[in-house]
Design a protein. Structure first.
Length: 148
């Protein structure tokens, strides 16, 4: 995987390039991991969801440099809460996790939100999700471990 993920098209989200996964509908978290070498100093880690008609949950996301233990992400476990505002400006407590930004089509039925210190997303009729910018060191190997 290249670390150059900034301009991925929605149609490419299930390729190896993005680490795409298919949700397992058995109600248990699955741990996924992929490794990449940074080719740019600033990149985005993005998660897009569409799960008609159910929900997917994302929790405990980390990006660490090889041989290190420090998570480069802010609020990777979603325990710091959210900003409290939906894209339409109405207060929804909480909505987007602190440190993350909303991406994709907003305002979908069953769109994403914080739920019990995890990201919960169903996104009926389109894709939505969250992303976070990362500051990376060139030619350094990183591992991403989202629990889905």
């Amino acid at each position: 995987m290249s670390a150059s993920l900034s301009n991925i098209e929605l149609g490419a989200i299930n390729t190896a390039l993005t680490g795409g996964v298919t949700p397992i509908q058995n109600g248990t978290y699955q741990t996924y991991s992929y490794t990449f070498v940074a080719t740019s100093a600033n990149e985005y880690l993005s998660f897009l969801f569409r799960n008609d008609p159910a929900f997917s949950y994302l929790d405990t996301v980390s990006v660490v440099a090889q041989g290190q233990s420090t998570n480069l992400l802010t609020n990777g476990g979603f325990a710091l809460g959210g900003d409290g505002y939906a894209p339409d400006g109405h207060t929804v407590e909480p909505y987007i996790p602190i440190g993350w930004t909303a991406i994709g089509v907003q305002g979908l039925d069953c769109g994403g939100q914080l739920y019990s210190s995890a990201w919960m997303d169903g996104a009926v009729g389109g894709y939505d999700g969250i992303q976070q910018e990362m500051v990376l060191r060139l030619r350094t190997t990183y591992t991403n471990r989202p629990k889905h």
